[in-house]
Design a protein around this ligand. Structure first.
Ligand SMILES: *Cc1c(COP(=O)(O)O)cnc(C)c1O
Length: 231
């Protein structure tokens, strides 16, 4: 299957999942998780109509961006981000989805103010409370959203989560539902410097459940590009 065929098949499954949940398919965006795929393959995904691209590693972002890999689509950062690499990311991506700790939020804010830009971000939530994973607890994310006015270099656009690896379909619905509830709760409160427009959750193996539970953006790698070959 080509990348274009994979994207078309994925869109059909996304639309079916949206309709089954009584949702408008246009509400759900497809972010191509492009890690380990070169600029040419990323361009194929863009041509096939993905809504945005998500990179995990700064090195891949800085290699592919000058080659025009994402041209015509927003690019997001979705991986673990070290504070000493922020100059290469802040102001260079449309959205940083993986703001997973206070130190990183503060550093992004400082870098953005220094560069004279406003960086759009999502807060990453460790919804399964897994010790090996980064991310805020649900409670921490809710409290931080209330204080976003203290960070004028950033603009909070929503939440992102990577739930635990699931054994079977349906297992992650409870985590997705917790995310949706927090997302709605924050949106309702109309905090300064916050506009909740993106609930990023769902990957190749669980995006249909994520859509059923309110996701507005799924991040998909394998189902677009095929399996990754780690070396
Ligand atoms: C790789 C990756 C994905 C996509 O994973 P697949 O299972 O290949 O669809 C989504 N989100 C993040 C943060 C990733 O690193």
């Amino acid at each position: 299957m080509s990348i274009a065929e994979n994207v078309a098949a994925l869109r059909a499954r996304m639309d079916a999942a949206a309709r089954a949940a009584g949702r408008d398919p246009a509400e759900i965006l497809l972010c191509a998780a492009t890690k380990m795929n070169d600029a040419e393959r990323v361009k194929e995904a863009v041509a096939a109509g993905v809504d945005c691209c998500g990179e995990n590693r700064v090195q891949e972002l800085t290699a592919k961006q000058p080659l025009g890999a994402y041209e015509g689509r927003p690019v997001h950062f979705i991986g673990h981000l070290q504070t000493n690499k922020l100059n290469k990311v802040v102001g260079k991506v449309d959205l940083i989805q993986s703001v997973d700790r206070l130190e990183l939020l503060e550093a992004i804010n400082r870098t953005a103010l220094r560069l004279g830009v406003r960086q759009e971000i999502l807060l990453e939530v460790n919804v399964g409370e897994e010790p090996q994973k980064g991310g805020f607890t649900l409670g921490e994310a809710g409290e931080l959203a209330a204080r976003m006015g203290e960070y004028p270099g950033v603009f909070l656009r929503g939440l992102m989560a990577i739930p635990p690896i699931s054994e079977k379909k349906g297992d992650n619905c409870k985590y997705f539902a917790k995310m949706r509830n927090l997302y709605i709760d924050i949106a309702r409160k109309k905090y300064d410097n916050v506009s909740m427009v993106c609930l990023s959750m769902g990957m190749s193996d669980d995006f249909e459940d994520a859509i059923a539970e309110g996701s507005t953006m799924i991040r998909v790698g394998t189902a677009i590009f095929g399996p990754r070959h780690y070396v």
